[in-house]
Ligand binder design. Structure first.
Ligand code: FES
Length: 168
């Protein structure tokens, strides 16, 4: 007969240590991810993605531009398509606005509400924004549309990550 019989006390010790370790790992993993995430986000923030839009082709009329990029999360890689409304303002500067409504996140479009021409319109709760992205008082959105930072390279428009704008 084997001399290495496991006593009841030893068996309980091994079992509880194993279960405790498993539970500790389960609690630690989200904490590790939380600690690593800001590093990943900081890298992503510096990235600009090429659109198909030539800067010379941008007019004063907002145009919908879709652009796609690879997004890498800690364990997950995916292809993401974003949209911007792009135009040149009266000073000839490029403006690239996020279409995500600042009320509850629906998608706004340019000039689609016949009663409110030359404004961005959100059909979900009739939100309105001026051409420069300012929310129209008296409609549900309480903030301006976010704006994409941009770069121009070889005559092509590159867009970064949309950010909230300071009040004008
Ligand atoms: S989500 Fe746009 S108005 Fe409510």
């Amino acid at each position: 007969m084997s001399k290495h019989r496991v006593s009841r006390r030893q068996f309980l010790n091994y079992t509880l240590t194993g279960v405790g370790g498993f539970m500790a790992a389960g609690m630690l993993m989200p904490m590790v991810r939380f600690a690593v995430d800001p590093v990943l986000k900081a890298n992503a923030a510096g990235d600009f993605t090429a659109t198909k839009l030539k800067v010379d082709d941008i007019t004063k009329e907002p145009e919908r531009v879709d652009f796609t990029f690879d997004q890498k999360d800690a364990w997950y890689e995916s292809e993401v398509t974003n949209t911007a409304w792009v135009y040149k303002n009266e000073e000839g500067q490029i403006v690239a606005l996020s279409p995500v409504c600042k009320h509850l996140g629906c998608v706004v479009a340019w000039n689609t509400d016949k009663k409110n021409p030359n404004r961005f319109f959100c059909p979900c709760h009739f939100g309105l924004y001026e051409k420069d992205g300012a929310n129209v008082p008296g409609t549900p959105p309480l903030a301006r549309l976010d704006e994409y930072p941009y770069k121009v390279k070889d005559g092509i428009l590159y867009l970064g990550k949309a950010k909230p704008r300071k009040e004008a």
